[in-house]
Design a protein around this ligand. Structure first.
Ligand SMILES: NC(=O)c1ccc[n+]([C@@H]2O[C@H](COP(=O)([O-])OP(=O)(O)OC[C@H]3O[C@@H](n4cnc5c(N)ncnc54)[C@H](OP(=O)(O)O)[C@@H]3O)[C@@H](O)[C@H]2O)c1
Length: 332
């Protein structure tokens, strides 16, 4: 492997300007790590798009190769977590945000970042799900832990055509929940209903700018992927005892709220953090995604892109125009 070269999507700064390019580097330039992986697939998450923009809260150091998800074959291993020839998934911690990520034909990572794909999930299925599917599953599991069951009442999903949102709609729909999908893409109503939504609302219908501390209680629970005013209205519109999960900030990172939903309705707001989930937690939830939470028809959510196409996927995701998941076919 010493003489091999790595092709990657490279983000750097030159004379104060951000520069993105496809580059080739010697394999020796990869960071230290016990496992060398031949990357077959990666994905374009919203976080990757922010990393490609050099966002200081996400790209924790430049130069950077983004790609917070990677699936591929182990070609060298000094880790007991995986052996040469294993198909593994890498995601979480600082993969693709500080350390060299998955938009690269080879990646060298700490063994702790890898886990062998569970039986019942192919490499393609795993990368289509990726961080988005894992985050949606974590959100749904959290609702269940807080007593929001399929017969509790309508559950709102915001950012519904996005990666996390579309998996949340699909997962909740498959589990028999009444799913109310919120989208800015009203031409995607049929797509969302096919995915599992019972009803589809526009973003405007779930944003209230009155100062009323509480609105009529409509939702038994919610999976919020956007934050900002929509999350704030959702908190005021959730029924007594309900639960809202929050994972995202595409609509804004500010949350202007009062304590009333918490002290007069006893609702809970649950934060979701996938990057720092322990290896044991990942292994358990991925096993569920391969068994009782296994989603059918995953290919319908995937759009394939090559490393050379990643630039246009980044721009589309930042403009909120992506539906489902962009899967990077790294080897192509
Ligand atoms: N905390 C965690 O562990 C974790 C893990 C994964 C993702 N995330 C976060 O979750 C969010 C979603 O991630 P993703 O990868 O699913 O992103 P994505 O695929 O880009 O989906 C985001 C969706 O949000 C909606 N949207 C876009 N701009 C909006 C705006 N200005 N106002 C309201 N809605 C808007 C769009 O859906 P519609 O057009 O259907 O409304 C868009 O497709 C991101 O903020 C990401 O950073 C967090």
């Amino acid at each position: 492997m010493e003489s091999a070269r790595v092709t990657c999507f490279f983000v750097d700064k030159q004379d104060g300007e951000l520069v993105r390019s496809i580059q080739q580097h010697p394999v020796d330039s990869l960071p230290e790590g016990e496992v060398l992986l031949e990357v077959h697939f990666s994905a374009v998450n919203y976080k990757d798009a922010l990393a490609a923009e050099g966002h200081p809260g996400v790209a924790l150091g430049l130069p950077l190769v983004p790609g917070i998800d990677a699936v591929g074959r182990v070609v060298e291993s000094r880790s007991e977590r995986c052996a040469v020839g294993d198909e593994v998934m890498v995601s979480g911690a600082d993969f693709g945000t500080r350390s060299w990520g998955g938009w690269s034909t080879l990646a060298r990572v700490p063994g702790a970042y890898c886990f062998v794909l569970p039986e019942g999930l192919t490499a393609r299925e795993s990368v289509i799900l990726g961080t988005a599917g894992f985050t949606a599953a974590q959100s749904v599991e959290r609702l269940q832990h807080h007593g929001v069951e399929a017969d509790s009442g309508p559950v709102l999903v915001t950012g519904a055509t996005g990666g996390v949102g579309s998996f949340a709609v699909k997962l909740l729909g498959q589990l028999g929940y009444q799913v109310v999908a919120v989208t800015g893409k009203l031409d995607q109503v049929d797509w969302l209903k096919n995915l599992g939504a019972t009803r589809v609302l526009s973003r405007e219908e779930v944003s209230d700018d009155s100062n009323r501390p509480l609105l009529s209680g409509k939702w038994a629970g919610a999976v919020d992927t956007v934050g900002g005013d929509i999350l704030e209205t959702t908190l005021r519109s959730t029924r007594p005892g309900g639960c809202v999960t929050a994972c995202g900030l595409v609509a804004g990172s500010q949350l202007n709220t009062t304590v009333y939903p918490f002290i007069l309705r006893g609702i809970s707001l649950q934060g979701i953090d996938s990057a720092n989930a322990s290896v044991e937690f990942r292994q358990r939830l991925w096993t569920r995604l391969a068994t009782d939470l296994k989603l059918q028809g995953l290919e319908d959510l995937a759009v394939n892109v090559s490393l050379a196409d990643v630039e246009s996927s980044v721009l589309a995701i930042l403009a909120g125009k992506v539906r489902g998941r962009h899967v990077v076919e790294v080897a192509s």
